[in-house]
Design a protein around this ligand. Structure first.
Ligand SMILES: [Zn+2]
Length: 321
């Protein structure tokens, strides 16, 4: 099955598959506001040519893109920022106040990712990270607004997945670009019951109470749709948000339960097994009929990242307490 790299998803928004690791894993978006455009999320540095090819295909001049807007500075969202800004002469980078310095000097992001993945895999997955000149960066605080042409976008501070995370509300479509705040939902796991959604607790800033508050804040906007980075447009987000709130509580209970019967050496492995058991059972009860191996492939990376993030959270709480 060939996946569409570019898909018009309504309301003058195009979903772009970033091509990171495999299809339908990470998206970014081109939003049209009359003669001006914004790119929301960038994928990795390796995604930049795909975004530029779309502009070319649509006969959009590069100087018509006014804004580049990563929801937070994790590399699957912001890794392409520097390369894209280089190619878009008039664009301003809009970023969370806590993320700006990492876009201006990405050495820490690069060192962090290289430490986790190694030089070779870092190159393959992320390509590179290029700094952005400070005078092209504008930070967006809670409630700040911009116009893309005549189209208004409103920014909301949404910590919980990461402290450097905002979400972008688009009143024209009654939709929200949610980054990782409103969880993950892969098309391959959608069933007759609808999308299968799960929270992401990636290291190192997972904060369950902040995440729940942020999810509630998004639901309070009464959105009709959400645009997830992982992956795509979901309609009728209210019940999905309720589901996420339950699962954040479940993850906390799971983490505390595992911590109670683990020592420091066994904690990580036990968390990983418990997260795998939980997510696989949840997908099965959602009616997912993928073979065991495909299911583990679809959820494997998130089982790993979520359990690592919960371990970091448990240990930091332990230190704080
Ligand atoms: Zn993230």
């Amino acid at each position: 099955m060939a996946v569409q790299v570019y898909e018009d998803i309504g309301h003058h928004i195009t979903r772009i598959d970033t091509g990171m690791i495999h299809d339908e894993l990470a998206a970014c978006y081109l939003l049209e506001g009359g003669d001006e455009y914004a790119v929301i999320e960038t994928g990795t540095h390796n995604t930049v040519p795909r975004i530029l090819a779309l502009l070319e295909e649509r006969a959009i001049r590069r100087d018509q893109v006014s804004y580049v807007i990563p929801t937070h500075v994790h590399l699957d969202h912001a890794g392409g920022v520097g390369g894209l800004m280089e190619a878009l002469p008039r664009a301003t980078l809009l970023v969370h106040p806590r993320g700006a310095r990492h876009m201006i000097d990405p050495s820490k992001l690069k060192a962090g990712a290289t430490a986790v993945y190694g030089e070779k895999a870092f190159g393959e997955i992320y390509g590179d990270i290029i700094p952005v000149s400070e005078d092209r960066v504008r930070t967006m605080a809670d409630g700040d607004e911009i116009l893309v042409g005549s189209r208004r976008l409103v920014f909301f501070d949404t910590p919980g997945h990461a402290r450097h995370h905002f979400c972008v509300y688009d009143p024209a479509s009654r939709g929200i670009f949610t980054g990782d705040t409103f969880g993950l939902s892969y098309p391959v796991l959608t069933t007759a019951k609808g999308p299968f959604i799960l929270p992401t607790t990636t290291p190192v800033q997972f904060d369950p109470s902040a995440l729940k508050a942020s999810i509630r804040k998004l639901l309070a906007l009464a959105p009709e749709r959400v645009y997830l980075t992982h992956y795509g447009r979901l309609d009728n987000p209210q019940p999905l948000g309720e589901q996420l709130l339950i699962m954040v509580d479940d993850f906390v209970a799971l983490a505390e339960g595992v911590a109670a019967c683990s020592d420091d050496d066994t904690l990580d492995g036990n968390l990983r097994r418990a997260m795998a058991d939980y997510l696989l059972a949840a997908a099965r009860s959602h009616g997912c009929t993928l073979a065991e191996e495909q299911l583990r492939t679809a959820l494997g990376m998130d089982i790993q990242l979520n359990s690592q993030g919960l371990a970091v959270w448990l240990r930091s709480r332990h230190r704080a307490g």
